[in-house]
Design a protein around this ligand. Sequence first.
Ligand SMILES: Cc1cc2nc3c(=O)[nH]c(=O)nc-3n(C[C@H](O)[C@H](O)[C@H](O)COP(=O)(O)OP(=O)(O)OC[C@H]3O[C@@H](n4cnc5c(N)ncnc54)[C@H](O)[C@@H]3O)c2cc1C
Length: 468
Amino acid sequence: MLRRERALVAAAEIGRRIGPSRVLTDEELVASYAGDESEVPPVIPAAVVRAETSDDVVATLEVASQHEVPVTPRGAGTGKSGGAIPDHGGLVLATQRIARLKQIDRANRIAIVEPGMITGELHAAVEAEGLFYPPDPNSLESCALGGNVAENAGGPRAFKYGVTREYVLGLEAVLMGGQRLSVGRRTVKGVTGYDLTALFVGSEGTLAVFTELWLRLVPRPPRTATALALFSDAAAAGRAVAAIVAAGLTPSVLELLDEESLAAIRARGAVPVPARATALLLIEVDGEAELVELELERAAEACEAAGAVEVLVAQEASQRRALWAARRELSRSLKAAHLHKIAEDIVVPRTAVPEMIARTREIGRAHGLVVATYGHAGDGNLHSNFLWDDPSLSPEVERAVEELMRLAVEMGGTLSGEHGIGLQKAPFLAYEQSPQLIDLQRQVKAVFDPKGLLNPGKIFGRSGHGAC
Ligand SMILES: Cc1cc2nc3c(=O)[nH]c(=O)nc-3n(C[C@H](O)[C@H](O)[C@H](O)COP(=O)(O)OP(=O)(O)OC[C@H]3O[C@@H](n4cnc5c(N)ncnc54)[C@H](O)[C@@H]3O)c2cc1C
């Protein structure tokens, strides 16, 4: 039987088990599950299962395994490396409707949530209780917590608070074949057995499908203050980041935007960015009120010493909201400014940020591409964007991306800080990791998914384990 027909037979059987309204086969409807927010071309699946309970996930993975049909887990589809794209066809398993907030436990500072819950909704719910869930990907209004865990998402606040991994105590998951698994714990400490929670976080939907997450919370900081440091070049802004850290300060946010990124923000007209600025650092400090003022002042001094032309402190909550809205929309603003865009999220040691920005610009110039760099500079995590309008430049883009990936690794960095390898960066995995290490990871995948049916093609590439 052909692969698509096999998938449709499996979809029909799943429909009989969980209810036909939860299984989509209509071509127009399934097409909306073909892509994500990466530049990877969409692939239309044979069918989509819109799971509403963990039992639906069990049934899907059991039947799909029996019929040897590939399954691609999907959250909200905001991923930027092609992780939710059903590269091998088959079924998409959407967990967006398994989205209950099951418990906020104030005394134990833990939230029990389902994977489809939107990240920003968890923020609002825990903050109303005086608690705080720090991971804040800029897509927080639209991405889901299951996707965050699968990608080990970061965000601006990662500089002070760390990434998603630091907040996942444990989870419930279902393996390909339908076996349920609880991993980790609900306590703050615990070292029983291997740390499979850490393995699952960042596994990009290739090891298991999450159905419940046990998340660690911290107290909500009483005050947050925001400043904009304006610079006349991105290298100076990069140096200021290192100076702030060297001064012993830990702002919650240290975001850098270069000239092209500022142009995109200005073009949208959302925030008045002074014309004299060609690079900007968005700095945020949180904590007790008196300390916040002091720390912001010291960060401003470090910026001035590094060459800031001006440091502006946001006076009103509305100014702060406008700034964040512009920052969070930056990726989409750049997309709107050019016909084509490819975004990478390399990481380098933070002291290498100025050099990385300059060399990325050189790479772009050599290939006739516009470059916009912005991102979580405090973590050395830069979103390097190549932008172009002439479609004939596509081969140049491929070469530019390859050079960028090699450079990041040469400079002591890594291919991806938070977007994952997915399909987009799979061809470059061997730049960073040895053949032995890649093979070992394939073997780990095979333990959880011996038939290679769960999210095949991701991380290891199309010829990797799981291709079928
Ligand atoms: C404007 C914009 C800004 C962004 N900013 C950031 C940022 O600051 N930081 C950051 O880290 N990312 C950012 N992202 C990327 C993206 O939002 C994150 O990767 C997010 O974690 C993806 O969540 P999702 O629910 O959309 O997942 P999807 O895109 O649906 O899926 C992502 C991966 O997770 C897997 N997956 C989804 N649900 C499950 C599940 N229940 N069980 C197992 N695997 C699952 C999928 O198979 C896939 O591999 C941004 C994206 C956009 C569009």
